[in-house]
Design a protein around this ligand. Structure first.
Ligand code: AHR
Length: 550
């Protein structure tokens, strides 16, 4: 038995596995941490949209993942995988971004409307990366899943569609026509008639429109100034048909401060009015470099999704933790030109990115298997968003199914929820709540980074208030040590608590089609003593506590 299992089993014996409470043996369970929640200090309302998703026409995301076709033996609703619909309803999915990603700037939306048997087959943006054995639909887009099917999918799961427009290879005019197709009133335009002929008489009322994607790279290789001019052109006088249009500008890659500054300076060159048309600017950050600082090479720096050591566990979390400073840094620059902060941050791609090799379905490009590490990473990231509700208006995990930080894996009639999917279910209760200031104090984790000392924080999380309920989510990133924390609510007493914890004795644990429940959350009521709570957060865990306040 390893040390970690020893500690874990010791706790389990004393207090029950994931919910050890205050009566654990002194040597292991002495209180070493404190979480203080200041319910009177609101940070703002947590936008439900920060729990958003991203579905690109890439590898097995759309074809096989979402779309199985109406005549499939896989249970479906109008061609859309039924199991996926059921799961996404459970997590209250608020918004889904489509069709890319890089795919968006090569996509002609006109190919994906009209009778399905008349739709053209086109070369997918990602075709050159497809292996020879990959399904044809991954290389050559059959266009069976287009705007109608995507919006229908969103309606079925109760989410809002977020469409990304093609700036690199289509005109502004075609963008206006896509808006017209989606939003013009029944019978008003030829495109509304085309929509009605497909069975969608009423307008889709699409609010969120991305103007290009990664326009500094695959989306056109623009300078920020060039892109700002395109943005102004694409978003000036777009007919809105009574639907508020929220335009999202293609934003910086990670810490490219020059992009953010250059974009806003150019946007404002002709005056401040264009600021009013920008809902948000998109920030992308993937955690990929686990090389302990040895390289910045995109291929060499990556690690394996399933095989990693303790150092790589912490290195990945360190990379992911940069999200907080990226949010603060870009927000600061935005404030230089937009002091009232009318424009928000939209983190529409985030997650870990490993080297190829863990695909559950061979040939699914960019597919990786999420483990407990990715659950901890995702909890940490969602907590960061919760702590900045005034800055982050939307975020979209990359990507929903059969891809990078996926919530679900699917192939033909097989399907499983990943540990990341479970984290989204556990955090859904935060949506729409008042984020409140919460202070975490816990021993720092020290680890050996190839002969050099390195450190990582011991406990972090976020809290939100929903009338008399307080939702507290907490990540313990330590792979060995449990943390026993005193939870103090300033100016309130705790009446009852229900806790849910996701963890596993093996940090590499993950779910597969064969073992779907290897990593699953455990929920139970927790004992409260005299209005206070002391709780042990197991090592390598994500926890969600719902506290009813007196
Ligand atoms: O999510 C995969 C790709 O990563 C997206 O297409 C692109 O926007 C980003 O570089």
């Amino acid at each position: 038995m390893r040390r970690r299992e020893f500690l874990y089993n010791g706790l389990a014996g004393a207090c029950t596995l994931a919910f050890a409470n205050c009566s654990a043996p002194k040597a292991i369970s002495s209180v070493d941490s404190r979480i203080e929640i200041l319910i009177g200090e609101s940070l703002g309302t947590i936008s439900p949209d920060i729990y958003g998703h991203f579905t690109e026409n890439l590898g097995g995301v759309v074809y096989d993942g979402i779309w199985v076709g109406e005549n499939s033996k896989v249970p479906n609703i109008d061609g859309i995988r039924m199991k996926l619909i059921e799961e996404m309803r459970k997590i209250k999915a608020p918004v889904v971004r489509y069709p890319g990603g890089c795919f968006a700037d090569s996509y002609d939306w006109r190919d994906g409307i009209g009778p399905t048997d008349k739709r053209p087959r086109r070369t997918n943006f990602w075709s050159d990366g497809e292996e020879s054995g990959a399904p044809t639909s991954h290389k050559y887009d059959p266009n069976q899943f287009g705007t109608n099917e995507f919006v229908h999918f969103c309606k079925l799961i109760g989410a809002q569609p977020y469409l990304a427009a093609n700036v690199r290879s289509l005109s502004a005019g075609e963008f206006y026509r896509w808006v017209e197709y989606c939003n013009s009133p029944a019978g008003a335009t030829t495109l509304a008639d085309t929509r009605a002929a497909a069975g969608y008489v009423e307008p889709f009322n699409v609010r969120f429109w991305g103007v290009g994607n990664e326009s500094w790279g695959c989306g056109g290789d623009f300078t920020p100034q060039e892109y700002a001019m395109e943005f102004r052109r694409f978003t000036t006088w777009v007919p809105h048909y009574g639907q508020r249009l929220s335009f999202i500008a293609s934003g910086p890659n990670v810490d490219d401060w020059n992009w953010t500054r250059g974009f806003f300076e150019e946007i404002l060159r002709k005056g401040r009015s264009p600021l009013r048309s920008i809902y948000g600017i998109a920030l992308h950050h993937y955690a990929w470099n686990v090389s302990r600082g040895r390289t910045q090479d995109w291929v060499q720096g990556k690690g394996d999704a399933l095989k990693f050591d303790a150092v790589e566990w912490y290195e990945l979390l360190r990379e992911g933790e940069r999200m907080e400073s990226l949010i603060n840094g870009h927000w600061h620059i935005m404030g230089e030109v937009d002091p009232s902060h009318a424009v928000k941050l939209i983190v529409d791609e985030w997650g870990p990115w490993y080297r190829p090799g863990s695909e559950v379905t061979p040939g699914d490009q960019l597919e990786q298997v999420p483990t407990l590490r990715d659950a901890v990473f995702s909890g940490m990231t969602l907590d960061i968003f919760n702590r900045h509700p005034e800055k982050v208006a939307m975020a979209n995990c990359a990507q929903l199914i059969n891809c990078l930080n996926s919530l679900y894996l699917a192939h033909q009639d097989r399907f499983c929820v990943t540990p990341v999917g479970h984290v989204f279910a556990m955090y859904a209760a935060h949506q729409g709540g008042q984020a409140v200031r919460t202070m975490f104090s816990a021993p720092t984790i020290s680890y050996d980074r190839d002969g050099k000392p390195a450190a990582f924080w011991g406990l972090q999380g976020s809290a939100s208030l929903h009338d008399k309920d307080l939702v507290l989510t907490v990540v313990n990133p330590a792979i060995r040590d449990p943390r026993e924390a005193e939870i103090v609510i300033r100016d309130a007493r705790i009446k009852a608590v229900v806790g849910t914890t996701l963890t596993h004795p093996d940090i590499h644990a993950h779910n597969t089609f064969e073992q779907k429940e290897e990593v699953t959350p455990q929920t139970k009521p927790l004992p409260v003593s005299s209005g206070t709570l002391t709780h042990i957060f197991p090592p390598a865990s994500v926890s969600s506590l719902v506290l009813t306040l007196a």
